[in-house]
Design a protein around this ligand. Structure first.
Ligand code: VG1
Ligand code: CO
Length: 560
């Protein structure tokens, strides 16, 4: 087969955001658009190791996956990549790609997903590059890819190459004398094997099947994302859950028309089903399988920030951590600080990084970090370099199996021990960009006024005094790289925090995220509703930022 050089011109805006390049399918399907980006990704992401490299390739099954796989295979072949390991039918969850990059020691991987964004011909597609440690490429690499995309003049492709991704097995090609291998693998096997090394499947199976006690009924909702086949194999075939325990397990290329985002708004069907009270644990995942939502009986909601703290406090329930020991904990800056209290008690290092999983990788590679999470339904550990939805549920089931308590009891005990960090996030999705930028600029100027520190803010009798206000910046303790402008934060004297930032995962317009975190040590208040408890801070945040006036939005689209 022959490789050809195709002349091209740059497209604007091929800049990866918080987690890869995410655009409308209509944008990706323009002639040369995906080709340009893949050529920039290979050259910028792999550099000198590109010829002879091995990459993992797969995605969450969304619309345009097959077209993208075909383009990527042909461009990789022309760029002298020696081998691609592809999930059957192009299906691989984000955690599975990370697992396979590490297991097969490949040079990296390409993930075809826009995660929690809707899919379909009128919705989003996405492409993300992960490096040889299995994690999302750091800013230095994505900047290089973007840089190349702005000056691209040509790409290389083998237009005649056809490969079959439906059948498991190896296909060999000869590209002008260079051997090129495509290996199509079962999407679930490697990931399943890793989970069996981490968790005690027998004990989880006893919990679910009720050997020796009443069975724990579970309800797992894959939201028609990529986790379907993983959930069927792991929870039903391996752990003995009944067929009624799993729903929406057929991946659909438009996720059934929904946002594949596991939160109280978009996973409302799980919440409704859990409210009926027949299940002890409910869970949902996002499109690419790295996010998770956990509900207890009667839809008792576990915030992701609390989930992280509970796992941190119960690491000894998981065989993997009993073997490796517990190195340190981390959370993204906007995440509620409940885990900080566990770290302090257990005398473990605690790290606070910017939003996005890529910032945890260096700490893990350096052996400093075992468990981390984000408020955005992301939880994970150093077993891979992505957050991991199914892992999080298995971690919770391990804890339930050992502690022999309900989800709600575990949370209540945790609050009794540590106090409670109330947390909420308000999302204002798809706003106009310009007024949002103005809001952020105005707020930052206000925060920078000397009189802002020490100023008092009041709502309905509750008052807060500003102790610190900044635009969060982070220096990576391992490689010294600096990331600035990671979100405006106002910290009050009692430790309460208001954080505002603009999303980096949308495909158009702007999404404002407002985060509130506040600690309460009065045991009489632990069971109060977070929206009631946090109302004064929410109102103060809306007032200081002029969010309503500037965005024209009275109410958020999603409250977590
Ligand atoms: C959001 C979340 C962030 C997460 C990112 C990727 O980013 O806030 O915590 O890491 O999505 O998650 P942003 O910039 O929109 O706030 V996923 O599951 O979409 O890859
Ligand atoms: Co995701």
């Amino acid at each position: 087969l022959t490789s050809v050089k195709v002349s091209s011109t740059p497209f604007e805006g091929q800049k990866p955001g918080t987690s890869g390049l995410r655009k409308a399918v209509k944008v990706f399907s323009q002639q040369h658009y995906t080709e340009n980006f893949i050529q920039s990704l290979l050259t910028g992401g792999l550099g000198e190791s590109l010829p002879g490299s091995t990459l993992v390739l797969g995605g969450d099954g969304r619309y345009f996956l097959h077209e993208a796989v075909e383009i990527i295979v042909r461009i990789c072949a022309a760029n002298k990549v020696s081998k691609l390991i592809i999930g059957q039918n192009g299906i691989l969850s984000t955690p599975a790609v990370s697992c396979m990059i590490r297991k097969y020691k490949t040079n990296g991987g390409i993930l075809l997903t826009a995660s929690h964004n809707p899919g379909g011909p009128d919705a989003d597609f996405g492409i993300k590059f992960n490096t040889s440690n299995g994690g999302p490429a750091p800013d230095g690499v994505t900047n290089k890819i973007y840089e190349l995309s702005t000056g691209i003049k040509e790409y290389f492709i083998v237009p005649e190459l056809k490969c079959d991704i439906k059948t498991i097995g190896t296909q060999q090609f000869d590209i002008e004398g260079h051997p090129f291998t495509v290996e199509v693998v079962d999407s679930v096997s490697d990931y399943l094997e890793l989970m069996k090394e981490i968790f005690d499947f027998d004990s989880i199976k006893n919990l679910i099947c009720g050997t020796g006690q009443a069975p724990l009924k579970i309800l797992i909702n894959s939201m028609h994302g990529v986790t379907g086949p993983y959930v069927s194999r792991i929870f039903c075939d391996e752990l003995g859950a009944s067929a009624e325990s799993v729903v929406n397990v057929i991946p659909l290329n438009d996720f059934g028309g929904h946002h594949p985002d596991p939160n109280l708004t978009y996973a409302a069907d799980l919440v409704e089903a859990m409210k009926k009270g027949a299940f002890g644990l409910g869970a949902a995942f996002d499109g690419d399988g790295d996010r998770n939502m956990i509900l207890g009986e009667k839809a008792f909601f576990v915030t992701p920030s609390d989930s992280l703290a509970v796992i941190a406090n119960n690491m000894d329930c998981i065989p993997y951590f009993r073997r490796t020991g517990v190195r340190g904990f981390a959370r993204s800056m906007p995440t509620g600080a409940a885990v900080d209290r566990v770290a302090a008690k257990l005398q473990k290092n605690m790290y606070e990084v910017p939003t996005g999983w890529k910032y945890f990788g260096n700490l893990m590679d350096a052996g400093q970090l075992s468990l981390c999470g984000e408020e955005s339904f992301g939880t994970g550990s150093d077993h891979i370099r992505e957050k991991d939805g199914i892992w999080a549920i298995l971690a919770w089931l391990s804890i339930l199996a050992v502690r022999k308590q309900t989800v709600e009891e575990i949370l209540k005990n945790h609050w009794t021990l540590y106090g409670r960090n109330f947390f909420t996030r308000y999302d204002y999705e798809n706003c106009d960009s310009e007024p949002c930028n103005k809001m952020m600029d105005d707020l930052e100027s206000l925060m920078n006024e000397p009189s802002f520190i020490g100023s008092t803010h009041e709502f309905e009798g509750k008052s807060f005094i500003v102790a610190l206000a900044d635009n969060f910046s982070y220096t990576d303790p391992i490689d010294g790289s600096i990331s600035t402008k990671q979100g405006l934060r106002i910290i009050f004297q009692d430790g309460s925090r208001i954080v505002i930032r603009l999303s980096g995962t949308g495909s158009s317009g702007a999404t404002v995220r407002l985060y509130i975190d506040s600690y309460e040590s009065d045991a009489d208040k632990y069971l109060l509703d977070a929206q009631v408890m946090l109302k004064p801070l929410v109102q103060i945040a809306l007032r200081i930022s002029k969010l309503r006036e500037l965005t024209g939005r009275d109410e958020p689209t999603v409250i977590t």
